[in-house]
Ligand binder design. Structure first.
Ligand code: UDX
Length: 473
């Protein structure tokens, strides 16, 4: 009789990481013979349950975790639920999970020593490599970003301190054709140092990255041809498996869903969807310029809006953050909808009325947009989003960048918003981008279809990980 093979998945505590990990768990579940456990803290596990069909065999297990022991408010166990000043306590708290995680895996091994086991963890939980080593099991990181962006991001951390030319540019020594501007580098790399605890936390994770047995990436090889080799080099020759895109299947729209109902009242490709992901927002002054530019553009839009930077991200929204009477005017003219809180993004992007996505270029958003043939207006804010946007503009041709960053460093003016939105929504440039986005969407979908490259990569990962686990000591 064949033994059950066990997969333990451990994402970082942020929506942009939890969601693709759950997709990965479900992808492995579709192959017979695997027992899959997704591990996290209690409140994240409770939230994930609602995303998982009741028929699923994926186990959701929580490690003991008390937010108040780490200076976090009760129930606040995820990046997107915390104000900026509480991010470090959360990062630090993830390291405190090591003993409980080690016990969890080691108990599973003692309970059934004959079934092989593999850990798939988030690169933000670098210490899981040491746990795998200690317990003699296979370890892989699952990168929720793209190959190319992860490689650039990794490369910058290993190059730190960064040397800028007089024009504030930098070329990567091992990829001279990758030229970055200062405005494309996350603040932590620009201003952080050994006295900054978040900076030191990330240095620790980067140091662990190359110690894993391999990297799984949420991308497709045909889509990111230049990324695979780059990431392999950056990770010191580790195997890289591109198994994506891993996407949530949109639920069937119901007639009482107000957002979908609103979209249905608009012509095909006519609505601009605006969202900055699960944990980013823009500044108050940028918000006003964006609103004025959207209004002047004459385009219909659906905007997922959160309080501006510096205010409680999940707090109440104040009218004063927008031009006077903006929301009411847009509603009366049936021109625009503001969604305060969480939007059904996959359902919106897969709706025929959605014509473009003004996005912070988080990797999940990029994939969700392209799989639905929707071009992007890029406004990257942090981390590797700058390189996602750059790749979409320079290599794939499905994006035009409107701004960068969420503070004073990125001046956004209403005239530019109006001009770019008009050209993407109403001009020839937008048509060409939409055509390319549809083409790329087909490539992405084919990669995860029968016999696709991502399916083969997943097979290869499973073949590599499992026999190795059994023999590893
Ligand atoms: C972050 C990074 O930006 C991203 O590049 C990285 O790979 C993962 O962590 P985030 O900033 O949240 O993620 O953006 P994104 O990658 O786009 O993920 C957000 C996810 O939340 C998407 O799946 C999106 O569909 C979903 N979402 C977000 C909603 O369903 N509704 C919302 O209102 C906002």
């Amino acid at each position: 009789m064949e033994t059950t093979k066990r997969m333990m998945l451990f994402p970082f505590m942020a929506q942009g990481h939890l969601i693709p990990f759950l997709q990965l768990a479900q992808l492995i579940e579709r192959r017979n013979g695997y027992s899959i456990t997704l591990i996290n803290t209690p409140s994240n596990i409770r939230n994930l349950r609602s995303y998982l069909p009741t028929s699923s065999s994926v186990h959701l297990s929580s490690l003991p975790f008390n937010p108040s022991d780490h200076g976090l408010p009760p129930g606040h166990e995820s990046m997107d639920s915390l104000p900026f000043h509480l991010l470090f306590p959360l990062y630090k708290a993830t390291e405190s999970l090591r003993p409980a995680f080690t016990r969890f895996v080691s108990d599973a091994l003692s309970l059934d020593p004959t079934s092989p086991l593999c850990i798939i963890a988030d690169p933000y939980l670098g210490w899981t490599v040491d746990v795998a080593e200690e317990l003699g099991v296979f370890h892989a990181f699952f990168v929720t970003g793209s190959e190319r962006s992860t490689a650039i991001y990794h490369s910058l951390w290993t190059l730190w301190p960064l040397q800028w030319s007089h024009s504030d540019e930098l070329a990567l020594p091992n990829r001279p054709n990758v030229r970055l501007h200062r405005s494309q580098v996350t603040k932590l790399l620009l201003y952080g140092d050994d006295n900054n605890p978040i900076f030191v936390f990330f240095c620790r994770q980067i140091a662990h990255f190359c110690k894993s047995d391999g990297v799984i990436v949420n991308t497709a090889e045909e889509f990111e041809r230049s990324g695979v080799e780059f990431l392999k080099e950056e990770s010191g020759g580790m195997p890289v498996w591109a198994v994506g895109p891993l996407l949530r299947v949109p639920s069937t729209p119901s007639s009482d869903d107000t957002h979908i109902g609103w979209l249905a009242g608009h012509p095909p490709d006519s609505v601009l969807y605006v969202s900055f992901g699960s944990m980013n927002t823009i500044s108050a002054s940028q918000m006003v310029e964006l609103a004025m530019g959207l209004e002047a553009s004459g385009t219909a839009f659906m905007w997922v809006i959160r309080p501006p930077s510096g205010f409680d991200f999940k707090g109440g929204f104040r009218e004063e953050w927008l031009p006077e009477g903006f929301e009411e005017r847009m509603r009366e003219q049936n021109r625009g909808v503001l969604i305060h809180g969480w939007a059904p993004q996959m359902e919106i992007l897969s709706h025929g009325s959605t014509g473009a996505f003004l996005s912070h270029c988080g990797w999940n958003s990029v994939l969700e947009s392209l799989c639905n043939g929707v071009p992007i207006i890029g406004w990257p804010i942090a981390g590797e989003q700058f390189y996602n946007s750059m790749m979409m503009v320079e290599e794939i041709g499905v994006c035009v960048e409107i701004a960068r960053g969420n503070g004073n460093e990125s001046v956004v003016c209403r005239e530019d918003v109006e001009r770019i939105v008009r050209s993407v929504m109403m001009g020839g440039e937008g048509e060409e981008m939409r055509r390319k986005a549809r083409e790329v969407g087909e490539v992405l979908r084919a990669a995860v279809g029968e016999g696709g490259a991502s399916v083969r990569a997943m097979d290869d990962f499973l073949r590599t990980a499992l026999p190795t686990m059994a023999g590893k000591d």
